[in-house]
Design a protein around this ligand. Structure first.
Ligand SMILES: CC(C)(COP(=O)(O)OP(=O)(O)OC[C@H]1O[C@@H](n2cnc3c(N)ncnc32)[C@H](O)[C@@H]1OP(=O)(O)O)[C@@H](O)C(=O)NCCC(=O)NCCS
Length: 179
């Protein structure tokens, strides 16, 4: 990833570029993009919300991550809380940095960009742990998260309106170094 720079991203200003990356990486319809756009902009108003972007030398955004300190009053936390409580792991919702989205453009995957984005954003978190949700199936994302020390806290977790079950994962910070 020699030619790719990872740094602070003004996600509100680049939200359309970011969602274009997410649409290619994760698969989003135009309708879902419009919904996500509102959600992202609302998230950015949360205290401590931060984003990092991966850009080419000509400024093209090819990957991004964003997250925020967990707040039990947030929608995501409220959905996952009963599942974590059922596995005795709801303490993870306190003092945790949530990875809300992480996506790398398919043409730029497998070059270490995703790993750099998530280790860098959590590397400057004040919280002692990080939590996230991922689709509950084997995937590059799941392999990446496990390699960084995230373990399954609860699964399957059902989000209203999401077609697939999710898994909630948590890791102590700092994340594990590359083996
Ligand atoms: C998950 C994602 C962000 C990883 O980004 P990336 O830049 O390709 O990842 P990296 O090159 O940094 O790879 C880091 C690790 O991820 C795992 N990984 C990445 N691609 C993989 C693949 N195709 N198969 C299996 N593991 C893979 C490996 O553990 C890898 O570690 P290694 O390099 O030591 O083998 C990217 O695959 C992506 O955008 N996927 C679609 C969107 C998505 O699922 N986002 C997460 C939502 S929860």
């Amino acid at each position: 990833m020699d030619d790719i720079a990872v740094g602070t991203l003004d996600l509100a200003a680049r939200v359309d570029d970011a969602l274009a990356v997410q649409a290619l990486a994760f698969g989003l319809s135009d309708e879902e993009i419009a919904v996500r756009r509102h959600i992202v902009l609302r998230h950015l108003a949360s205290p401590g919300a931060r984003a990092l972007g991966a850009t080419t030398p000509d400024g093209r955004l090819v990957g991004f991550v964003y997250g925020m300190p967990n707040d039990r009053a947030h929608w995501w936390s409220g959905v996952v809380e009963p599942y974590l409580r059922a596995t005795g792991s709801d303490g993870w919702l306190d003092d945790a940095f949530v990875i809300t989205e992480l996506h790398v453009h398919p043409d730029f995957q497998k070059r270490g960009i995703g790993r750099t984005l998530i280790t860098t954003i959590t590397g400057s978190a004040a919280e002692p742990r990080s939590i996230l949700s991922a689709i509950d199936m084997e995937s590059p994302a799941r392999a990446l998260y496990r390699g960084l020390g995230y373990r399954d806290l609860a699964r399957p977790v059902i989000f209203p309106s999401a077609p697939s079950p999710y898994v909630v994962m948590g890791a102590p910070l700092p994340l594990r170094e590359r083996p």
